[in-house]
Design a binder for this molecule. Structure first.
Ligand SMILES: Cc1cc2nc3c(=O)[nH]c(=O)nc-3n(C[C@H](O)[C@H](O)[C@H](O)COP(=O)(O)O)c2cc1C
Length: 171
């Protein structure tokens, strides 16, 4: 029997949900990183994606100050540390260093991506829309790196843990 449920319960029922790590540039030039499930493709030609960030977090502040960012879909090796990126803010600390997140830099783009990711999007934020307690950012995709040997992580039981999706078949 269907019953009325909350948005949090709906997010649990809709999982596995997508998962990515968002890297942005801090004002001091170092890199901030956060866990992010609320991203989506928006357009193919030109390629655009959308990301939705809580107004409480630090990554939104970073993106508004510097619109370039990377969105990486990390593999199983980062299962624990990638989750930790979603449990504390980079406002006062260096999560990249503390969690030993490996970063790589593409020569054509100013913000590093997470090494060993299935996909890494290099993006530029174009416009921001306040949506109650979150802000939705419309972003142009400048470049995409891919590695089909890496299995992507998905958020499970809502956003309680990360794991690969068991039906995913390595190519
Ligand atoms: C699996 C998972 C998914 C998350 N997805 C999002 C998301 O889509 N948007 C968001 O604003 N926060 C999301 N979070 C929470 C942020 O990652 C968390 O608030 C983080 O501390 C923000 O870091 P910052 O202050 O350095 O930006 C998620 C957390 C986890 C564990």
């Amino acid at each position: 029997m269907q019953k009325i449920i909350t948005i949090a319960e709906a997010q649990k029922l809709s999982s596995p949900n997508p998962f990515a790590l968002l890297t942005t540039r801090k004002p001091d030039g170092t890199t901030n990183i956060m866990a992010l499930s609320w991203w989506t493709y928006l357009s193919n030609h030109p390629a655009a994606i959308g990301i939705c960030l809580s107004n409480k977090g630090y990554s939104g502040t970073c993106i508004k100050a510097n619109p370039f960012f990377s969105l990486s879909l990390p593999g199983i090796k980062l299962q624990n540390s990638a989750f930790q990126c979603g449990t504390c803010s980079g406002r006062q600390r260096d999560k990249v260093k503390e969690l030993s997140i490996p970063l790589s830099q593409h020569p054509d783009f100013p913000v590093p991506y997470v090494t060993g990711s299935r996909i890494a999007f290099s993006c530029e934020m174009c416009s921001a829309y306040l949506v109650h307690d979150h802000t939705f950012y419309l972003c142009d995709v400048k470049q995409i790196l891919g590695d089909d040997t890496i299995l992507a992580l998905f958020a499970q039981h809502g956003y309680a843990k990360l794991d690969i999706v068991s039906t995913e078949i390595p190519s």
